[in-house]
Design a binder for this molecule. Structure first.
Ligand code: FE2
Ligand code: FE2
Length: 315
């Protein structure tokens, strides 16, 4: 039995197990580099300095978070019965490793600009180390599928509403779009591993629902706390003034309502028969190769420019 037919049997009522004939999206590792300009780290977002810090705050969670995702999946890789899913798990690990590498570079720019990135990043590491070391083996995977649901929703929203990043500095925009697309592409991998290795019955469901409760209660308050710490150290935010907070609030809860409009999809996770591809937005993956080409070109250009600067031949 393939992963596709297994999913079809289980997710009966209104489910779409996944796009395509096979019913499974096979992610692909793309080794992309981004060199966003360091001088724009405090104000790269078109909606201003506070919105920049909101997105920068999200970036702080990736190095430690994606490391936990990778370790959580590795812990179960040998138990994955399905060769296709095993292959997808390897690709997932590859993708998250690339994201993490690029976000580490990105986060370094924040430190150089005097933002407290290193301190906040260290806090996330210690929190997730606690989960890895002190909770049952299934807990990191449980946290991963909950947080992967957040990244898939966030990524999907950014792609559905390009106005969220429109007009922002191109390299930052491209990096976030790349991450968003790959989060959509691999959104079901950990969930499928969970179902194959932990199960699909009432106990697994209760665990998963509990995991989502914890993830929500811990993650979003941390985002808010980190955001305020970042803003308080940002010269650009001081210049922009307190109204910048209103821009962030409006973007998240007003128009387009990045968080507000995700609430129904967030709640679908609590359905007994939930599967990530029931929220079918695989059309976004179609743009990945185009974006990858753009990114590669921009990276080569940025490299050439920085070499030029070093040799004082470029103005
Ligand atoms: Fe990622
Ligand atoms: Fe992910």
């Amino acid at each position: 039995m393939t992963a596709a037919t297994a999913d079809k049997e289980h997710h009966t009522e209104d489910s779409i197990p996944g796009p395509g004939e096979e019913g499974m999206v096979m992610p692909e590792r793309r080794d992309l580099h981004f060199l966003p300009p360091r001088e724009r780290i405090q104000d790269w977002h078109a909606r201003g300095a506070h919105m920049t810090q909101f997105m920068n705050t999200l970036s702080l969670f990736f190095p430690a978070g994606e490391r936990m995702f990778i370790d959580a999946l590795r812990a179960y890789r040998d138990q994955i019965p399905d060769p296709d899913l095993k292959k997808a798990a390897t690709a997932f690990i590859g993708q998250e490793a690339m994201h993490s590498r690029e976000h580490i570079e990105y986060n370094k720019l924040m430190d150089e600009a005097g933002l407290p990135a290193e301190k906040l990043d260290a806090f996330v590491w210690s929190l997730l180390d606690f989960i890895k070391e002190r909770t049952p083996k299934s807990m990191p995977l449980n946290a991963t599928i909950a947080l992967e649901h957040f990244t898939a929703l966030m990524g999907g929203f950014i792609l559905d509403h390009p106005e969220v990043l429109e007009g922002s500095q191109e390299d930052y925009r491209r990096m976030w779009e790349w991450h968003a697309m790959e989060e959509v592409e691999h959104k079901a991998v950990c969930f499928d591993v969970w179902e194959k290795c932990i199960g699909r019955g009432p106990t697994a469901y209760l665990q998963r629902a509990f995991g989502m409760g914890i993830a929500t209660a811990v993650f979003w308050p941390l985002v808010v706390a980190f955001y305020f710490q970042m803003v308080s150290q940002s010269e650009a935010c001081r210049k922009e003034g307190w109204r910048g907070h209103l821009t962030v609030l409006n973007t998240l809860l007003g128009k387009p309502g990045v968080l507000r409009r995700q609430i129904p999809e967030w709640l679908e996770y609590l359905k007994y028969s939930f599967h990530p591809w029931q929220q079918n937005n695989s059309h976004h993956i179609a743009h990945l190769s185009e974006l990858a080409e753009e990114a590669e070109e921009a990276y080569q250009q940025a490299l050439a420019d920085s070499k030029g600067h070093h040799q004082h031949t470029h103005h």
